[in-house]
Design a protein. Sequence first.
Length: 175
Amino acid sequence: MRMLSLRRKSFAGIAALTLMAAAAAAQNAGNANSAAALVVKGSVKQELRLTLAELKAMPRTKVTAKGHDGSTHEYEGVTLVSLLAKAGAPQTGDLRGKNMTLCVVAEASDGYRAAFSLAELDADFAGESVVVADTVDGKDLGTEQGPLRLVVPSDKRQGRWVRLLKVLTVANAGT
C-alpha cells in the first residue's frame, strides 16, 4: 500500500514537471517573436538588439545583384554602415591609428562567418555597399536564407553573403 502511494506521488511529480516544462516552452515560443533578429556588439558604444520589426522601420535601401543561382535579384534592407553608426562604431574621422585594425565579423545562426574591415565599409575609404536584407524581389527571405541575409553586390563571389545572419561583431583584427 505504501509503495503504491509513493508511485502515485512520483507520477504526480513527473506530471507536474512535464506541465511546467510545456508551459515554459510555450512562453519561450511566444517570446521568440520579440527576440532579437540581429545583434550588433563588440567595439561599439552601445550594443544593439534589433527585432525584425525594428529593422523594417529603419531607413531602407535596395540593391540589385546576382545571386547564387546566377539570376539578378533585387534585395531590400538596411545598410550595414547605418547599423554600425547606430551602434556607435568608429566612422570617418575616427578611422585612423588603432581603429584601422577594426573589422566586422558577420555570423549566421549556423556558425558561418565572414569578415569586412571597418575602413572598407566607410565612404571616405572604399565605401563598400553592404545591405542587411530582409526581402528579395519584394518577398521576405525564406527560412533557408533569412530572415536576414548580408548582401555584398560588388563581390564577384557570394562568399561573404551571410544567410541566416544573427550577429555583427566589431572586433580588433590586430590582436
